[in-house]
Design a protein around this ligand. Structure first.
Ligand code: ZN
Length: 495
């Protein structure tokens, strides 16, 4: 099946044609985080969709080159640094680091490049582009010394968002902060320095100042990927004005079509509502990890709904994700056992097909692809129950899993973690022994605490308490076995 995507620009499903079919090289630009706070799960929904896109293209044999920018200068980062009373670069550094930790937890493949807006190379490129826009009459410096894009001179402005420019004109000028612009819709390319900016600023032909957010992406995208990009992604809230402005700026400079396919990810809701700090339904990745969920479970929960449909995040949904992954775990274990048994009398054994990949070819329809995965699990499990499944088929399904898991990245991990088992030693000091705990998942803090108490009970030879704690762990879904190396803790497959 041909690969097809819904292109926001045309509002139609289009067959995907890369710029360079023989090389199968595909350039993707993805708007990255603004590093003024920890990214929330709505941001990660979009980043996981982009990860799925990249991995699916790679599974098809395409060579993807992906750039994700880091916005490390804008109003929010400057305000944050000022409030924290530290330099901007120091303020943004910790959120950059947190972002990289979070994408690793979620198994999101790193982009090939993560350009930062404050890098001198890109500041120079922004200044160069703004200069070109002014010389073409597409930008002007206003009385407030800032430079603005003149949207009336760019007839295509509004095409991506399907936005009617006359709506803007009819509202006329507004006083607040807008009095220096020719048109209310004109957006800042270069913001003249003011006191609030403190020591943040760069010299330019228009005086000291800093770039507007939109020009950052145009400059980094064209500097790293050239004048035309195959695919540009982001969340739906980026469409207007951010991506609309990116088109105007880039095409205003190059005169060429900037992006061939615009793909946008829908919102994430929490319990049916927009996520907000005031509603108390605002979550970062650490918030979910603290509740005992793993990166793998969160990845699944944020991935499983088609990217153009709103995703409603709920705790029941997290439990479903946990159960779905436990089903996959059990299935893989069973397939591996069957493969190892050398059974050769399987009859009517179901063989893997192309449905998973075909579903993803169809505008990345992950819900249909996962539907096929679970239908296959049900059918092959039934065949194994009825001993109608041979080792060759088990191997065929395991190979198929390897293939589709290069996109899903949901393989259970076999992590080996050293835990300290402490208790009272004979000399009254804490006896500290290091035991290996083989786990499939990260252990939530409450479970680790119970395991720790159980280790102490055993050191004190209080076997009754030790058994009670084992039951308590079991009730929470964790199995404990005592080995000579220490306690072995595994999450029980359930659901
Ligand atoms: Zn952007």
């Amino acid at each position: 099946m041909a690969l097809r995507f819904f292109n926001t620009y045309s509002r139609e499903i289009e067959e995907f044609q890369p710029r360079d079919p023989p090389e199968r090289k595909i350039d993707i630009y993805t708007c990255g985080p603004t590093v003024y706070s920890r990214a929330h799960i709505g941001n990660f929904r979009a980043y996981i969709f982009e990860d799925l896109l990249q991995r699916h293209l790679e599974l098809r044999g395409d060579k993807v080159h992906r750039v994700m920018n880091i916005t490390d200068v804008d109003d929010k980062t400057i305000r944050g640094a000022r409030e924290a009373k530290i330099p901007l670069s120091k303020f943004t550094a910790r959120f950059k680091q947190a972002f990289f930790e979070d994408i690793e937890t979620l198994r999101i493949k790193r982009a090939d490049e993560f350009p930062a807006a404050t890098d001198k190379r890109y500041i120079d490129r922004m200044i160069e582009m703004i200069g070109a826009l002014i010389s073409r009459g597409l930008a002007y410096q206003a009385e407030d010394k800032s430079v603005y894009f003149r949207i009336n001179k760019f007839p295509d402005y509004g095409k991506l968002a399907h936005f009617d420019l006359t709506q803007l004109q009819s509202t006329g000028r507004v006083k607040h902060d807008e009095y220096d612009k020719e048109h209310i819709g004109d957006f800042a390319l270069w913001k003249a320095w003011d006191e609030e900016d403190g020591d943040v600023g760069w010299e330019s032909p228009w005086g000291r100042g800093r770039p507007g957010w939109h020009i950052e992406c145009s400059a980094m995208a064209t500097a790293l990927l050239g004048e035309q990009i195959d695919i540009h992604c982001g969340g739906v809230d980026n469409i207007f004005p951010h991506h609309e402005a990116e088109i105007a700026q880039s095409e205003g400079v190059t005169g060429k079509k900037f992006v061939r396919y615009w793909l946008h990810c829908a919102h994430l809701l929490v319990d049916g509502q927009k996520m907000s700090k005031s509603l108390g339904n605002f979550y970062t990745l650490p918030n979910l990890l603290e509740k005992g969920y793993t990166g793998r479970e969160i990845r699944y929960a944020l991935m499983r709904v088609h990217y153009r449909a709103p995703l409603n995040f709920t705790w029941e949904g997290m439990e479903e994700a946990r159960q779905a992954l436990a089903r996959i775990n059990e299935w893989l274990l069973r397939l591996r056992e069957t493969a190892a048994k050398k059974i050769d009398k399987g009859k009517n054994t179901k063989q893997p097909g192309q449905q998973f990949e075909e579903a993803l070819d169809d505008d990345l329809n992950i819900s249909a692809a996962l539907g096929f995965l679970f239908e296959s699990i049900r059918e092959t499990n039934r065949a194994m129950d009825e001993s109608k499944f041979d080792s060759a088929s088990a191997n065929a399904w395991l190979n198929w899993w390897e293939r589709i898991n290069s996109v899903l990245v949901l393989e259970p991990v076999q992590e080996s973690v050293s835990v300290i088992i402490s208790g009272s030693g004979v000399d009254g000091k804490a006896a500290v022994g290091s035991g290996r705990v083989i786990i499939e998942e990260a252990i939530p803090p409450d479970v680790a605490k119970l395991a720790e108490e159980r280790a102490q009970a055993r050191l004190a030879k209080d076997f009754q308490k030790s058994d009670e704690l084992r039951n308590e762990l079991s009730a929470r879904g964790w199995e404990v076995r005592d080995t000579k190396d220490g306690q072995k803790i595994t999450r029980r497959a359930g659901g």
